[in-house]
Design a protein around this ligand. Structure first.
Ligand code: SAH
Length: 502
């Protein structure tokens, strides 16, 4: 019989669900227990009870699993950002790999025992402070003080939090400086319910190699009181912070040696991937206008306050300009790992024509350009395509061309225009979570590239698309999970598909 709401049930956790929650079974009844780890025995309180399954929270941890780890963050259980902090990193990686493999087998019909290769997941050495981008909602705490934090899972309840374990530590001083400016001039945070107040989010980005920091305030309005004064304070706060974007190194770390290049370049002038310790500098402060009643964080307009409205960073030897509205991978260390795998899977010899669909600011396109004859990128956000074109120029890359539009519109249209003669040797796709539109997959199949490299942030839609491609003449060669998002439920996968008749 199904347990009732509030009832206490003792279960052993034997599985982990797709969102990272523990799963325990008692007498044919399935309980999803938030924060429980495979191997735990817990007494859980039922929060919601359905006929055959229910949701529960841990009341008492009777036997902790050997895979348990002490969460590093005090709000780990409440904040919706991380789901897996209670799991050791080794167990997280193992679970992610299994999640990808099972999805591909179950939904995608891929058989890894018969030819296709499932490669060991690529994790981080130090899975902390890895994010180069943060978006903090601004609100008030119980005492009415202005605070920043994160939303609790599946809600918009603000959990105040100054120090996030996966974010760049410099964010703490940025958030405090903004909050104190708001208190000083009595600037109200935005209130979603009444659609009043001004400051909605603080967006920050840090260049991992360059040390450049960009701060963008998302406003329910077009101007901020004494914004220039805030910019001055932010400049002092960021520059006084220290030299390592991942460590709170204020004062204790050596400054870069005279003559060392803050841009991580070696003597040949080529950017290096080594994380040089560069002094953090504020590159710009800007405003983003978002006056809509919406869950979408960013509006479309950027207004400069001070400095530039973009920052620069490197991945490997390629330098990138990044605007606040453009997508840029959030884990710079793993991005390099990811792109190197994409490059390897693409198998370029210098003669290939490559299409990079969902190209963002052209990161993968430009990373591949040196090895290809010609690269074409397609992306839906116009600002990202502006960045991509600028990025080709600043790197002196002449064999990359970019188009604005939906991949599922642009590629079929160009293919039709060419009367079906347009060819590609390699196509790379890197879609958002919903995966690729079938119209796009159909055109890809018609173009018949020898190799297709699929980069995915959602194993379920990846598996769906791989199934379609499998039925249309593509064979899975390899699947490579990469952990871009330690401590969270998310996992990235790169797959190499080969045209069956090659
Ligand atoms: N490959 C890039 C970006 C990947 S994120 C990188 O590694 O940085 C996915 C990108 O797809 C985002 O930039 C998003 O704006 C874009 N996008 C979303 N829907 C799209 C569509 N239908 N057609 C083309 N691009 C799209």
């Amino acid at each position: 019989m199904a347990p009732k709401k509030n009832e206490l049930v003792t279960v052993e956790i034997t599985d982990i669900g797709t969102g990272g929650e523990g799963i325990g079974r008692a007498d044919g009844y399935t309980l999803f227990v938030k924060g429980a780890v495979c191997g735990d025995v817990v007494t859980a309180r039922v929060l919601k009870s359905k006929k055959t399954y229910g949701y529960a929270k841990i009341e008492r941890l009777l036997t902790p699993s050997p895979d348990r780890a002490e969460p590093v963050c005090p709000v780990a259980g409440r904040c919706g950002g991380c789901q897996l902090q209670q799991m050791s990193y080794a167990a997280q990686l193992q679970w992610k790999a299994r999640k990808v493999r099972e999805c591909l087998e179950r939904i995608g019909g891929v058989s890894f025992d018969a030819g296709a290769e499932f490669l060991p997941v690529l994790g981080m050495k130090e899975p902390a402070a890895y994010r180069n981008k943060a978006q903090f909602p601004v609100g008030r705490d119980r005492n009415g003080r202005i605070v920043t934090g994160f939303y609790a899972g599946h809600t918009h309840a603000l959990i105040p939090c100054d120090r996030c374990a996966i974010q760049a530590p410099v964010n703490e001083v940025i958030c405090k400086t903004v909050c104190s400016h708001m208190e000083k001039y009595q600037i109200a945070p935005y209130d979603e319910v009444t659609h009043t107040g001004l400051v909605r989010h603080i967006l920050t980005r840090v260049g991992a190699v360059t040390g450049e920091v960009l701060v963008c305030l998302v406003l329910n309005g077009r101007a901020l009181w004494e914004a220039e004064e805030l910019a001055e304070r932010l400049k002092a706060a960021v520059e006084g912070f220290g030299t390592d974007w991942q460590k709170n190194s204020s004062g204790s770390q050596p400054q870069p040696q005279p003559g060392s290049d803050a841009y991580g370049k070696n003597e040949a002038g080529i950017g290096t991937e080594t994380r040089t310790r560069t002094t953090l500098t504020l590159k710009g402060v800007c405003l983003n206008v978002n006056c809509k009643k919406t869950n979408v964080i960013l509006g479309e307009e950027i207004l400069p306050v001070w400095g530039d409205t973009y920052l620069t960073d490197y991945i490997g030897a390629v330098s990138y300009r990044i605007s606040p509205l453009s997508f840029y991978q959030v884990n710079p260390e793993q991005t390099k790992v990811l792109y190197e795998k994409v490059l390897e899977f693409a198998g370029l010899t210098g003669r290939e024509t490559v299409w990079d669909l969902y190209c963002g600011i052209g990161t993968i396109s430009l990373f591949l350009a040196a090895g290809a004859k010609q690269v074409y990128g397609v992306e839906i956000v116009p600002q990202a395509i502006d960045d991509a074109k600028e990025n080709a120029l600043r790197n002196g890359i002449k064999n990359a061309e970019f188009f604005v539009g939906a991949a599922e519109d642009v590629l079929p249209a160009k293919y039709r225009e060419s009367g079906g003669s347009m060819r590609a040797d390699v196509i790379v796709v890197d879609p958002p979570r919903k995966g690729c539109d079938e119209q796009l997959l159909q055109t890809i199949v018609e173009m018949g590239p020898e190799r297709l490299v699929y980069v995915s942030c959602d194993p379920a839609t990846l598996a769906r698309d791989v199934k379609y491609l499998g039925e249309q003449g593509y064979r899975v060669e390899k699947a490579q999970p990469v952990d871009m998002f330690p401590m969270t439920e998310h996992v990235e996968t790169i797959m190499l598909l080969q045209r069956k008749d090659t």
